[in-house]
Design a protein around this ligand. Structure first.
Ligand SMILES: Cc1cc2nc3c(=O)[nH]c(=O)nc-3n(C[C@H](O)[C@H](O)[C@H](O)COP(=O)(O)O)c2cc1C
Length: 343
């Protein structure tokens, strides 16, 4: 193997750590030439239970390409990507759907070791946050979003606590939706052995929950509405979330594939800025996909005229400093991200 190839392998391995909903890892690369790749979205690894999840697949595409660009800059590569976003209808079928091509070549510039450290640090933290976001980082995040015509809003302490509570309610309510519960069950990894064998999905330790308790609740979800028990389970779920984190929400047009893709670009840029200062974040995706929670959040944030062409609520997260979270595993590059033969 040439040195060039060895370095490209390093780049693809780093890129494999991109974040994706439920850690479904839906992206696949097909090599077309030296440094030339086709980027595809494997529909069965995307979320499909809620209608809005299809548009969120384009958010994941934006996250992936932006993360790949950061990886290239960190390791001293130039990269150019051409988007060819498929229509939403294509994501409703089966298969690996092409959404872009990209060309990666060794750069004249050296890599960026600080950026490399940042990408290695980035994780989702569902732990208790002992510190909120300082003003300097907060201002940077808000300007980063504004530069892309997105409005990022920091919530006050009371609003943050209500957002955390709303997220918990939405997670519990979603268990009563058969399609959403089955999808979650498909991606939850209940034991160390299951986590290490499958190397994808939402592992119990990353969720800060006991695998046995998770399995029991998914099977007997109706106990979530039993008086007394439900209170105890709420307290258990919220024990890592009543903390000093700060919640943020993002408003932007979200009416088509390209707009959804741009949200992914912004989300990854924000996540990089957060990790650069050694903060973590925790997305509250359930508030976006659960209609009742989405509507209640609009009231909570006093957003009176949500408009899909102007100011749609697309991303909510809490952010701050916490202990290092458990590591969410990835399927090895050669078995999935860069698999030359389809099975
Ligand atoms: C678009 C998007 C939405 C996400 N939504 C949620 C969410 O609703 N709840 C959650 O706990 N994590 C959410 N995540 C975090 C993923 O579950 C996480 O990135 C994945 O499990 C990999 O873990 P890592 O970020 O620690 O590498 C989301 C990530 C992305 C990119």
């Amino acid at each position: 193997m040439t040195t060039e190839n060895t370095n490209l392998t390093k780049l693809i391995e780093l890129a494999n750590h991109y974040p994706s909903p439920h850690n479904g890892q839906p992206i696949e690369l097909r090599q077309l030439s030296a440094g030339g790749y086709e980027l595809c979205f494997e529909t069965k690894r995307g979320l499909q239970a809620a209608e809005v999840s299809y548009l969120f697949s384009y958010v994941t595409m934006g996250v992936f390409i932006t993360h790949l660009e950061f990886c290239a800059a960190a390791l001293g590569y130039d990269i150019s990507c051409s988007l060819a976003l498929p229509p939403v209808s294509a994501l409703k079928g089966d298969g690996s759907i092409r959404f872009a091509t990209c060309q990666i070549i060794a750069s004249e510039q050296a890599g960026n070791s600080a950026l490399l450290d940042t990408l290695r640090f980035r994780q989702t933290s569902r732990k208790k946050y002992f510190e909120g976001v300082d003003d300097e980082l907060s201002d940077k995040m808000i300007s980063l979003a504004a530069a892309k015509n997105l409005e990022l809003v920091k919530m006050d302490r009371a609003g943050t606590h209500q957002a955390i509570w709303l997220n918990q309610r939405a997670v519990f309510d979603d268990m009563f939706d058969d399609a959403v519960r089955e999808e979650l069950n498909h991606w939850l990894r209940y034991s160390k052995q299951e986590k290490e064998t499958k190397k994808d999905g939402l592992a119990y330790d990353c969720m800060e929950l006991s695998g046995r308790a998770m399995k029991f609740i998914v099977k007997h979800y109706k106990i979530l509405r039993m008086p007394g028990v439900s209170r105890l389970l709420q307290q258990y779920y919220l024990r890592t979330m009543s903390d000093n984190s700060d919640a943020y929400y993002l408003l932007t047009p979200f009416s088509n594939e390209q707009e959804a893709y741009e949200v992914g670009v912004a989300v990854m840029q924000l996540w990089e800025a957060v990790a650069d200062k050694r903060y973590y974040l925790h997305p509250f995706g359930t508030i976006m996909s659960n209609q009742a929670a989405h509507d209640d959040f609009l009231k909570l944030a006093h957003i009176e005229h949500e408009d899909i062409h102007k100011n749609f609520l697309v991303f909510i997260f809490r952010c701050g400093k916490s202990e290092k979270p458990h590591t969410s595993l990835r399927i090895p590059v050669e078995e999935h991200l860069l698999r030359s033969e389809r099975v």
